[in-house]
Design a protein around this ligand. Structure first.
Ligand SMILES: Nc1nc2c(c(=O)[nH]1)N=C([C@H](O)[C@H](O)COP(=O)(O)OP(=O)(O)OP(=O)(O)O)CN2
Ligand SMILES: [Zn+2]
Length: 126
C-alpha cells in the first residue's frame, strides 16, 4: 500500500541529571535537543495532503515547549524515571499520539537528538 511518511522538526533546550549514572552525566548539564516527529498516512485529503505540516509542527512545538528551559528531572514523568533520550523520545511519542487528531494519520516515530552525534528513534511498530 502506498504510504506517506511526513517528518517535522522542532527543538528545546533543557537541563537534566541522570540519576545513578556512573560518570559526568550524573551532574547537572544541558542539551539543545532536536526532535524529529514522523507521521504516516495511506490516504490524502482533497488538497493532496496527508495532514498539513502546520498541524503537526504546531503540536510538536507545543509539546517541546513544555520541556523548554526546564530542569527535566522536576517534570512528570521524569521525577521517577531518568530523563534519558530513550525515555524522553517515548514520552514525546505518546504525547503526540494522544493529541494528533487527523483521521487516518498516525504518529509513526519520534527521533530525539541529544547531541549532534547521538540520537534515539522511538516507534511502536510490531
Ligand atoms: N543511551 C543513552 N546514552 C546516554 C544518554 C542517553 O540519554 N541515552 N545520555 C547521556 C548524557 O545525557 C550525556 O549528556 C550525553 O553524553 P554523550 O552522548 O556522551 O555526549 P558528549 O557530547 O558529552 O560526548 P562525546 O563523546 O563528546 O560525543 C550519556 N549517554
Ligand atoms: Zn545529558
Amino acid at each position: 500500500m502506498p504510504t506517506y511518511t511526513l517528518k517535522v522538526l522542532t527543538d528545546f533546550a533543557s537541563a537534566h541529571t541522570l540519576r545513578d549514572y556512573p560518570g559526568d552525566c550524573a551532574r547537572l548539564h544541558g542539551h539543545n535537543w532536536k526532535v524529529e516527529v514522523e507521521v504516516r498516512a495511506t490516504r490524502l485529503d482533497r488538497l493532496g495532503m496527508a495532514v498539513d505540516f502546520k498541524t503537526v509542527k504546531a503540536l510538536a512545538r507545543e509539546i517541546a515547549g513544555r520541556l523548554d528551559h526546564r530542569y527535566l528531572n522536576d517534570l512528570e514523568p521524569f521525577r521517577d524515571i531518568n530523563p534519558t533520550a530513550e525515555h524522553i523520545a517515548a514520552w514525546f511519542f505518546q504525547e503526540m499520539a494522544g493529541r494528533l487528531d487527523s483521521p487516518g494519520v498516525q504518529v509513526s516515530a519520534v527521533t530525539l537528538w541529544e547531541t549532534e552525534r547521538a540520537c534515539v528513534r522511538y516507534s511502536e511498530d510490531s
